[in-house]
Design a protein around this ligand. Structure first.
Ligand SMILES: CC(=O)CC(=O)C(=O)O
Ligand SMILES: [Mg+2]
Length: 216
């Protein structure tokens, strides 16, 4: 019987996402490099797994891919010290933080939240649960993404501005983290648009790959 952590998608716990956690990505969109983590939430209804399609949300004209390492929380907690943070990690997922960039740009201009840009149905495609052993060192793991076979993103988690222990500690100062929650740790540079009919493939390290189709 799979544990609750392995069933993270069914447990229905929250997705806490970190924005601009790679300097090169913050700069490619003309954003200021953050001095503290930028957080937003994605609803659990945004999850899809392989075999399901990414659906372009109504009126969106610029849907972007963002490949990210997701940390699956194995043991919940509040005000977790950075020194103990990795004891709360149960495993990982490879995730896409699909983003309606036109919605986000408009929201940024108006000082509005990113909820619609980041939280629409199908905006969080994920792999199966990945064990800690499979990932090895989460602070030095390659992340890549291709659209129709062409490489668009090829980064490494060593370039994160805020480390996984720091993020878990920081987030848990504000939100209680629960077993089955997923923390999306931000995307490396190379984000860009996808359109109807495109195929997105992404990978983590040498062993995990995912593939999703984009549909209208
Ligand atoms: C600019 C963004 O959409 C922030 C984000 O999600 C990231 O991964 O960085
Ligand atoms: Mg992101």
């Amino acid at each position: 019987m799979a544990s609750k952590v392995q069933q993270f998608r069914q447990v229905g716990k929250k997705i806490v996402a970190v924005g601009r956690n790679y300097k090169a990505h913050a700069e490619e969109l003309g954003n200021v490099v953050p001095t503290k983590p930028i957080l937003f939430l994605k609803p659990t209804t945004s999850y899809i797994s392989q075999g399901q399609a990414i659906k372009i949300p109504p009126t969106c004209t610029s849907l972007h891919h963002e490949v990210e390492l997701g940390v699956v929380i194995g043991r919940g907690g509040s005000k977790i010290p950075e020194s103990k943070a990795m004891e709360h990690v149960g495993g990982y997922v490879l995730a896409l933080d699909m983003t309606a960039r036109d919605f986000q740009d408009e929201a940024k201009k108006k000082g509005q939240p990113w909820t619609l840009a980041k939280g629409f149905d199908t905006s969080c495609p994920v792999s199966e649960f990945i064990s800690m052993e499979t990932v090895g060192d989460p602070a030095n793991t390659r992340l890549w993404l291709k659209v129709n076979g062409a490489t668009k993103q090829d980064g490494n988690t060593k370039d994160m501005i805020f480390s996984i222990p720091y993020l878990i500690s920081y987030i848990s100062d504000y939100f209680t983290l629960e077993e089955g929650d997923v923390v999306l740790t931000g995307t490396p540079s190379g984000v860009g648009p996808v359109k109807e009919g495109d195929t997105i493939e992404a990978g983590l390290g040498n062993s995990v790959t995912i593939k999703f189709q984009v549909e209208q």
